[in-house]
Structures are given as structure tokens and as C-alpha cells.
Design a protein around this ligand. Structure first.
Ligand SMILES: [Zn+2]
Length: 333
């Protein structure tokens, strides 16, 4: 039986998810009252949210046991507030995923009723695996299940998808994307353009999550340059993914801690084709000349002679990628 969480704990989970996405949040509702009015922001981007959230529980007998639902209790109506984006969410604590429903499709006053809104267990499980999974509901609505790390993507993108009529084509495209078969999937026949961009962004996000998981696993969750773990790791593309030759193969990736990722991207360090680690004399000289070389010796002492490598040779960084990646970053020894 799923654990039932109280509202403050659900608010906590929402805030954690927002932070996980690298965004900040202010709680606007007095004493954190439900629905939660939140201001979420990062840099110049800011969105005001009105968040309704309930626990997702099993449908149970006589309902289908493959169905989860939220029971909309304690509110008179799902409010659509000027300047706010209304989120209608469920949380499945057993699975650690959210479900998002289309608030505009649930506008009937509750007046004593507490209607339930369902999502298939299959969609939730797919989201556990892939990060994100849509499900067409029979009221012409697309429900979306997503992991906490996709919270902001959901806010920015998928809500647009909710607010369009749930054309079969789109839900099909979303399903393919959620299975990440979509690498070469032709999105061109999906209109309008903004929706296409949303789909492409989601697609990229899912691919990034998969690339990260694959690379970190291959390197035993260690920085290949210094051996650090501490959950401070990135999966860096050797040839950046924005480049037409950038791929999501493990051999185009390096597991790097935040510091060495930055140093690698700034061409302060490089990985030679024999996997030894090089420091850019030219760049260190420049830093010395302007007096910004504090920590140089400690930095250099922390570097291994050679990077850590995955046990399987076929996923070692491809030498030609290393060479080309250095050229792109303007590496100079
Ligand atoms: Zn490191």
C-alpha cells in the first residue's frame, strides 16, 4: 500500500524537485497553504505556479489495479489564476514519480464531490525508467508522468502539450520519445512549431539523462581525472553534442567532477590520445602573468598521470574524438 504523505511533505518534494533541476523557489502562499503558490526562477527566467498536489494511490477493487488515482479533496475548484500556471499533480511515493494532469480539463466545481483522476501504472513505471512518459486519457487529455529531475521541463514544456487537443499523432510522438526511440524520429510533421520545439527539448533531455547514467556507470561514478566521487560528477561530451559530430556514445564521454569538467571545457587540461593528462602550459603562463594562479600547485598535484578507464576497452574514449574535441576547445600546450 502506498504511503500517504501530508501536504507539507508533498510541498517539500516539489521544492526538492525544483532545486534538483537547478532552479530556485519562493513560497508565496501564506503558511504554505494548499494550493501552493510558488515563484520559481533561474537567471532571467521566472514562472509563477499554483500547485495542486495529492497522493497517487492504487485504484483498488472494484477498480483496475493497474490504475493509480488522485482524489481531489479539500478544494472547491481547481483555480486558474491570472499570471500563474496551474499544476494539477499526483505523487506516487512508492515509485518516486509525479503525474501531471491538465488543469483546464478539470474545471467543474467540486461542491461536495471529491472526484478522482486516474493514470495508468504503466505510464508511471515508464517514467521511472525513462524520466518522462505520456498517457492519453479518454477525456481528450494527455496525462504526463515524470521523475523529479524533469519537473521544470514539465513546467516549461509539457504543459503546452496538455493545453492542446490531444491529437493522436502528438501522443504517439511523445510515447516514442519517452521510449527514446526518437533519436532520428522525424518531428517535422507535428504542428505548430512551438510544440515541435518542446518535443525536441524533451527528447534532448531524455538523451542527456541516459548519456549521463551510461557514462557515470562506466566510470564507476568517479572523476576520471582525480578519482573523486561525492556525487559531484558530470558526464562531459568530448565532442560537444551541439556539434554535428557529437554523439551520445560512451566513447564520446568522460566522467568528470565539476572542477575538472570546467577545466576540460576551458582547455586548461586535456586528455591525450594515450590517456595521459596534460596541463596547458600556455594557459597557466597566462594566468600567472595576470596573478590568477592561486592554487596552481594543488590543482596539478590532484591530477592523475593517466585517466581512469572503464574495464571494457570498446567504450574507452575514442582517440580521434579526444583530438578533435581539443581542437574545438582551442587547446594549446
Ligand atoms: Zn576531478
Amino acid at each position: 500500500m502506498a504511503k500517504i504523505l501530508r501536504k507539507p511533505r508533498l510541498l517539500d518534494l516539489v521544492i526538492k524537485a525544483i532545486h534538483l533541476c537547478g532552479w530556485d523557489v519562493l513560497i508565496l502562499s501564506p503558511q504554505g497553504a494548499h494550493p501552493f503558490a510558488l515563484s520559481v526562477f533561474k537567471g532571467d527566467s521566472k514562472v509563477s505556479l499554483l500547485v495542486y498536489i495529492w497522493n497517487l494511490t492504487y485504484g483498488g477493487y472494484p477498480r483496475d489495479s493497474n490504475e493509480f488515482r488522485i482524489q481531489v479533496t479539500g478544494v472547491d475548484q481547481i483555480e486558474i489564476r491570472e499570471g500563474f500556471q496551474t499544476l494539477l499533480l499526483g505523487w506516487a511515493d512508492d515509485l518516486g514519480v509525479f503525474a501531471g494532469f491538465d488543469a483546464t480539463k478539470h474545471q467543474v466545481p467540486m461542491s461536495g464531490r471529491s472526484p478522482s483522476i486516474q493514470i495508468r501504472k504503466e505510464a508511471l513505471e515508464k517514467a521511472v525508467k525513462n524520466g518522462f512518459a505520456p498517457q492519453a486519457r479518454d477525456n481528450n487529455e494527455i496525462a504526463i508522468a515524470f521523475r523529479p529531475g524533469f519537473f521544470i521541463s514539465y513546467v516549461l514544456g509539457a504543459s503546452d502539450l496538455h493545453q492542446t487537443s490531444a491529437a493522436v499523432l502528438e501522443s504517439k510522438a511523445l510515447e516514442r520519445i519517452s521510449k527514446a526511440e526518437a533519436v532520428d524520429f522525424d518531428l517535422a510533421d507535428i504542428q505548430p512549431q512551438t510544440r515541435r520545439q518542446v518535443l525536441q527539448t524533451m527528447n534532448r533531455k531524455i538523451r542527456d539523462a541516459r548519456f549521463r547514467a551510461n557514462v557515470l556507470l562506466a566510470y564507476g561514478h568517479r572523476c576520471c581525472v582525480c578519482g573523486l566521487q561525492l556525487d559531484l560528477l558530470d558526464a562531459a561530451h568530448i565532442i560537444p553534442v551541439e556539434h554535428e559530430l557529437g554523439t551520445d556514445e560512451i566513447k564520446n564521454g568522460l566522467s568528470l567532477c565539476a572542477l575538472h569538467h570546467r577545466a576540460f571545457d576551458h582547455a586548461l587540461i586535456a586528455v591525450r590520445t594515450d590517456y595521459t593528462i596534460a596541463c596547458s602550459n600556455k594557459e597557466f603562463q597566462r594566468l600567472r602573468s595576470i596573478g590568477w594562479h592561486g592554487g596552481e600547485s594543488e590543482f596539478k598535484a590532484a591530477l592523475r598521470d593517466q585517466i581512469l578507464l572503464p574495464p571494457k576497452k570498446e567504450i574507452h574514449p575514442a582517440p580521434e574524438y579526444l583530438e578533435f574535441g581539443q581542437k574545438l576547445r582551442g587547446w594549446a600546450n
